[in-house]
Design a binder for this molecule. Structure first.
Ligand code: FMN
Length: 185
């Protein structure tokens, strides 16, 4: 698992290559196995592979969504707010499960934040996506994960990215045996 965690980097440039049905099924299997508060499983997933609809998703906010325009696949991850008061957490876990499974399958992915983001001054990104994808009111869109074969291989995270100074033992900021390696200082 740690290898996957080190190697997973956000991918924003994808090959044109289509993602096989069997791979898509594995990505969704990972999402559907995500833990959720009280086992409420409030999430729902919409697979998008239609180029015009991918372009619509890419316009859902002014910055940070354009990578979806050229992604071969996107998964809209939405939570049922009537089923869980912590749908944000539940959908976040499902989002990262998809990303980690993508990495394990040799694909790249990027989380595009939708919750609390705006299409423009008046319309939220969530409202914009609801309108274009016919999503019922009870669902709130947390994220859209763009997925595809990587067009660029980014360097993996290294031991220097493991910020041990964020870890305390027993009491906040008590001295800990975990140290950032000297070569990273
Ligand atoms: C909650 C969350 C929201 C994010 N939103 C966006 C986004 O809207 N657009 C984007 O391009 N990347 C987004 N990212 C990806 C982060 O920018 C990225 O994970 C971070 O810069 C670390 O880089 P890495 O994933 O390559 O390790 C998001 C990541 C998380 C966890």
């Amino acid at each position: 698992m740690l290898d996957i965690f080190f190697n997973r980097r956000s991918t924003r440039k994808f090959l044109k290559r289509k993602i096989e049905e069997s791979i898509i099924k594995k990505l969704l299997t990972a999402a559907l196995l995500a833990p959720s508060s009280k086992g409420s499983r409030p999430w729902e997933f919409i697979i998008v592979d239609n180029p015009a609809l991918l372009a619509t998703l890419a316009s859902s906010k002014p910055h940070g969504a354009s990578l979806l325009r050229h992604a071969p696949l996107a998964i809209i991850i939405a939570g049922d707010k009537t089923k869980s008061d912590v749908w944000v957490e539940d959908c976040s876990i499902a989002s990262i499960f998809v990303q980690l499974e993508a990495e394990a399958l040799g694909l790249g992915s990027c989380w595009v934040q939708i919750n609390r983001r705006y299409f423009n001054d008046e319309i939220t990104s969530n409202e914009y996506i609801h309108e274009h994808f016919n999503i019922p009111e009870r669902l709130e869109v947390l994220s859209v994960v763009g997925i595809g074969y990587k067009a660029v291989e980014r360097p993996p995270l290294s031991d220097c990215d493991v910020l041990w100074d964020k870890v305390s033992i027993n009491r906040y900021k008590s001295p800990s045996e975990f140290r950032i390696p000297k070569e990273c200082e």
